[in-house]
Design a binder for this molecule. Structure first.
Ligand SMILES: [Zn+2]
Length: 121
């Protein structure tokens, strides 16, 4: 276990973040169903500016939902790693992830330099 990390504190942070993520997902779902019912009233979407706005709104909300679902998965993994004692270790290079990076995003699985390298590939 990374000595810099207090498991109880880490789990509390993860739980706090999970609460935020779950609240957002509920909000997004209600927005999606609002758009869905508004959309069903607009049959001629392609020629209707209102229909276009709704379609745009829909894909925006869908995108957000994907992001939060991804983070929710990351949180599951993070909790498992706290229990396994491997939390705070980069999955890619095996080095400890700097505490300030974990404070910003407790569910992160890779250190910033590995994540950057992943993006560039
Ligand atoms: Zn790394």
């Amino acid at each position: 276990m990374n000595d810099l990390f207090d498991a109880a504190l880490t789990r509390r942070r993860l739980a706090d973040r999970r609460l935020v993520v779950q609240t957002r997902l509920v909000e997004i779902d209600s927005r999606l169903s609002a758009v869905r019912s508004a959309r069903s009233e607009w049959t001629d979407e392609e020629h209707d500016p209102e229909g276009f706005t709704l379609t745009h709104e829909w894909s925006h909300a869908e995108g957000l939902r994907e992001e939060y679902e991804f983070e929710s998965d990351e949180l599951d993994h993070a909790e498992a790693r706290v229990l396994a004692g491997t939390f705070g270790v980069c999955e890619r290079c095996g080095r400890p992830i700097p505490v300030e990076q974990l404070e910003r995003r407790p569910a992160r699985r890779e250190c910033v330099s590995c994540a950057d390298r992943g993006l560039r590939r």
